[in-house]
Structures are given as C-alpha cells and as structure tokens.
Design a protein around this ligand. Structure first.
Ligand code: AMP
Length: 190
C-alpha cells in the first residue's frame, strides 16, 4: 500500500498517519519530521532549511524532492509507505510521479483530511502551547495556511482528477476518524 495523507496544518495528519502506519504495517515518511530532525542535529541540511521552516514557507523543491527520493529507495519501505506532508505543490507532484515511475511503485490513494478553518486555528493555538514548535508562531501559522491555500490545495485537485482521492472529515473522535479512513480506503482499493 502506498498512500499520501494530506490536509491543512492542524487537521491531524500526523496522528492519523501513525494509526494508518500501524494498521497497514508500513512506515510513515514525514518531510516535516525529517527537516525538524536535521534542524535539531544542526546538519548542513538543517541549517539550509531553517530559514524557510521557521517562517512557515516551503523548503525549495530541489532539496525536498531529493530527500524523498533517497528515503523511498531504502529497504524498509519496500512493502509500502505513507507520505505525510509531501507533495505540497504541483512541481512536487511531478517529482513524485517520476520517483514512482522509476521505482515501479505506483501510488494507490491519497487521503485528504478536512476541517473548517476555525477548528484548525484553535488546534494550532493549542499545539503551540503544548509542544512549543519553533514554527508555531502566529506569523508562521498564517504563512502556512496561505501557502496551503495557494500551493497545496491545488494538489488535491490533481489527485481528484486522477481518481485517487479519499476525503474524510477530520473533526471528531480520533479512532472513529481512523476507522472511517480505513473503511473508505479498503472500499476504494477492493
Ligand atoms: P509539517 O510538519 O509537515 O507542517 O512541515 C513543517 C515545515 O517543513 C513546513 O512548514 C515547511 O517549511 C517544511 N516542509 C515540510 N514538508 C515540505 C514539503 N513537501 N515541501 C516544502 N517544505 C516542506
């Protein structure tokens, strides 16, 4: 099973990706987590991306695509993967198409989680307090929402046109949402 999980910040992508990972027994690859780990360890990559992540802007495609390509070539993703936070614009969709074609590993489905903006903003404010993520400043949150609207929402249209999209309401009980995603996916891919 090869999946994308998509949706705006605060919609619960990370939480649902973890549950899907456990259910299908495949790893989740989060570009955001990879960047955060590199920033924390002060690697060359971390130094390069900090100026973008801290402001809520997208990291340049060349860097991001390369990271995903390397990660998808590793052994532990041979039986499948869930990508969380990638692709985030049309150029990254093309890059992922190329990676999947080269590896002969086509994408099965794209899970889109949805929630109204006021719910997202409330969740982001709560997360900022609880986790203290460096990019959860009001300015960065606003930039990320704008970037999502402008660059990432059109990605959903691309996968919708390809018939890959499974949309699920991201508001409600975490386990219920997970069940809903899994039953929608199983029905779609049966
Ligand atoms: P996330 O945890 O997915 O919200 O990612 C945190 C930050 O990492 C984002 O605000 C971006 O700055 C950067 N990032 C993560 N994934 C991507 C991507 N696919 N393309 C560009 N930048 C990304």
């Amino acid at each position: 099973m090869r999946l994308l999980i998509m949706g705006p910040q605060g919609v619960g992508k990370g939480t649902q990706a973890k549950l899907l990972s456990e259910h299908y027994n495949i790893p989740t690859i989060s570009t955001g987590d990879i960047f955060r780990a590199n920033i924390k360890n002060q690697t060359e990559l971390g130094k390069k991306v900090l100026e973008y992540t801290s402001k809520g802007f997208l990291v340049p495609d060349e860097l991001t695509n390369e990271i995903v390509k390397d990660r998808l070539a590793q052994d532990d993703v041979k039986n499948g993967w869930i990508l969380d936070g990638y692709p985030r614009n049309a150029a990254q969709v093309t890059a992922l198409d190329e990676i999947c074609a080269e590896m002969n590993t086509p994408l099965d489905a794209v899970v889109a989680l949805t929630a109204p903006t006021n719910v997202l903003l409330e969740r982001m404010a709560k997360r900022a307090k609880e986790e203290g993520r460096a990019d959860d400043t009001p300015e960065a949150i606003k930039n990320r929402l704008n970037t999502y609207e402008k660059e990432t929402a059109p990605v959903l249209d691309i996968y919708g046109e390809r018939g890959k999209l499974v949309s699920v309401d991201g508001v409600g009980d975490i386990d219920e949402i997970s069940k809903q995603i899994i039953s929608s996916l199983d029905a779609k891919l049966a």
